[in-house]
Design a protein around this ligand. Structure first.
Ligand code: 6LW
Length: 534
């Protein structure tokens, strides 16, 4: 071999060795923004199949129930359907605000997805199964255990345990997965670290331990997640020395714009990394101490060494801007600003209030429009009112619609609402006064109900617009189909906040039609609806 050839070969071998000895180029990305599901999306539960993650959140009195999302990277989520889409699965007639469906769990076992949940207003605990998480899901299999926050743990030995909240602590009951019936005695296994409301239990098996993750402190500022472990599913469970492993109810969390963090679920990605999803609410401290967006879903990395305890994002806190390595990111496109009601069905972001009266909604009456027959009942009642709504997902937003109201009577109205619950909402609507068209802005705040502003309009075909900021909503109308809005008034966000209105949901922006208690033939035609975060 000549010297030159030898040198070239040696360099080549060195180069190849160098390249091969480098760590495999990682597919990871860096950084993301919380929340990963914004607007009213509490009690997240997560599972993974192959390289896709699925998540479910609570939905209370809204229909369809229990939205399901999918993601490739835990950060960008897309709605793919709902678990409960049929009245036979979900009865919400006359349920109070924040009644209905509480915290669900989402699991995958042996080729089947399971959603385990409670209808606190009708039926109690149940689970549904599906081969495809986008649906159709089975009818509920009812479990005769009285509680909230159920989960099912599938043990390696083939046994199945119903794991749920209890006043003395987490309860574990072996069940027959085919029937939902208990097959052994129920046992209370862990009461948490002593904070109030130990709830939201999930069990994971790792490194020979059963890890039991729960929420404590109640779903407000004192909220947290704590964990314990045992060699036996029934305990005794040893509390993690780092508890609480998630909370902002401490000095480092006190000024965080995210508060009330807790109610978590863990997931391991294919690269071995662990992650937590959990709920929290955003408080724009600079402006106000009241929150309106409900409890949202946040994501944090978890360091969980073999045989050790999980540490969430280092110190158990989380931020809006997360500067951490992530899975390879697959951004999803933002939903379009305009819903034009042209394709004859509603997107997954739309919800009815309680079970819809289906014949009141049509896309065929007037082409390209959603037509909505008025119902005698109103937004103040807990009945199925003619209404569709979507979450307010940011403090700053603009929402608008084009409305034509076919109506003959003064008691009939249709328009937009900012609704936290049946006792706290702001309504901007078209109605008649002495037979003449008029736009009104009304506040319903507990026992106070009043018309704050009104303005006559010539037409029954107008536009309505609501703009949001952390402190106020601004309500405007355009007396024609032109983009020429006039302000009718402003309302404080605080009176529809969770602090004032109570409950477990968040603000929804809705379209509705009502005849205020009287029989009616009124029909509202909505041509389009815009929603844009600012
Ligand atoms: C849920 C409970 C909770 O059942 O709030 O945050 C209740 N935690 O676990 C309703 O979302």
């Amino acid at each position: 071999m000549n010297k030159r050839y030898f040198n070239i070969m040696t360099s080549l071998i060195c180069f190849v060795t160098l390249v091969l000895s480098q760590p495999v180029k990682s597919d990871n990305s860096f950084g993301y923004k919380n929340p990963v599901l914004s607007g009213f999306n509490p009690d997240p539960s997560i599972c993974k199949v192959d390289s896709t993650f699925y998540m479910v959140t609570s939905s209370f009195e809204y229909f369809p129930g229990l939205p399901i999302y999918s993601s490739k990277d835990l950060i960008h989520w897309q709605p793919i359907g709902h678990c409960l889409t049929r009245e036979s699965q979900l009865k919400l007639q006359n349920v109070p605000s924040s009644g209905g469906l509480f915290a669900p769990a989402l699991r995958y076992h042996d080729g089947l997805f399971y959603v385990i949940c409670t209808n606190v207003s009708q039926g109690g605990n149940f689970y549904c199964t599906a081969k495809d998480p986008a649906g159709e899901w089975s009818d509920p299999i009812w479990v005769p255990i009285n509680s909230i926050d159920p989960d099912i743990f599938f043990d390696e030995d083939g046994k199945t345990y119903f794991v749920t909240q209890g006043s003395e602590g987490v309860r574990v009951t072996e069940i027959d997965i085919k029937t939902g019936q208990p097959v052994a005695e129920e046992r209370t296994v862990w009461g948490g670290i002593g904070d109030r409301y130990p709830e939201a239990p999930h069990i994971y098996k790792k490194d020979g331990f059963y890890y039991l993750l729960i929420g404590e402190g109640g779903t407000e500022y004192a909220h947290s997640a704590t964990i314990a472990r045992s060699r036996n599913v029934y305990g005794p469970y040893d509390s993690c020395p780092l508890n609480p492993i998630i909370t902002h109810c401490n000095r480092i969390g006190q000024e965080n714009v995210i508060q009330g963090v807790g109610h978590a679920d863990f997931i391991q990605a294919n690269d071995g990394s662990w992650w937590a999803v959990f709920l929290g609410f955003r408080i724009p401290w600079l402006y106000t101490n009241f929150h309106i967006l409900g409890r949202e879903t946040f994501l944090a990395p978890v360091d969980w060494p073999k045989g050790g305890w999980p540490q969430v994002n280092g110190n158990g806190t989380v931020s809006i801007n997360m500067e951490v390595p992530t899975l390879k990111q697959y951004p999803v496109s933002k939903p379009k600003v305009r819903t034009d009601f042209d394709n004859g069905k509603l997107g997954f972001e739309w919800k009815y209030l309680r079970n819809p009266i289906n014949e009141n909604y049509s896309f065929n009456d007037k082409k390209g429009h959603l037509s909505m027959k008025a119902t005698p009942c109103t937004l103040d009642e807990t009945k199925p009112v003619s209404f569709i709504g979507r979450r307010q997902t940011e403090y700053n937003f603009m929402a608008a619609t084009s409305l034509k109201l076919n109506s003959e009577k003064d008691n009939e109205e249709a328009g937009m609402t900012i609704i936290q619950n049946n006792t706290h909402h702001y309504d901007l609507y078209l109605t008649k006064k002495n037979g003449k068209n008029i736009v009104q802005l009304r506040a319903k705040v507990g026992s106070h109900k009043y018309i704050a502003a009104e303005y006559p309009v010539d037409s029954d075909n107008i536009r309505l617009r609501i703009e949001g900021t952390p402190l106020q909503y601004t309500f405007s109308y355009s007396p024609s189909q032109k983009d020429e809005y006039k302000e009718l008034g402003k309302m404080d966000t605080r009176y529809v906040s969770t602090e004032i209105a109570g409950g477990f949901t968040g603000v929804m922006i809705g379209l509705y039609a009502s005849s205020n208690g009287l029989p009616t033939n009124a029909v509202a035609y909505y041509d389009w609806f815009d929603y844009e975060e600012k």
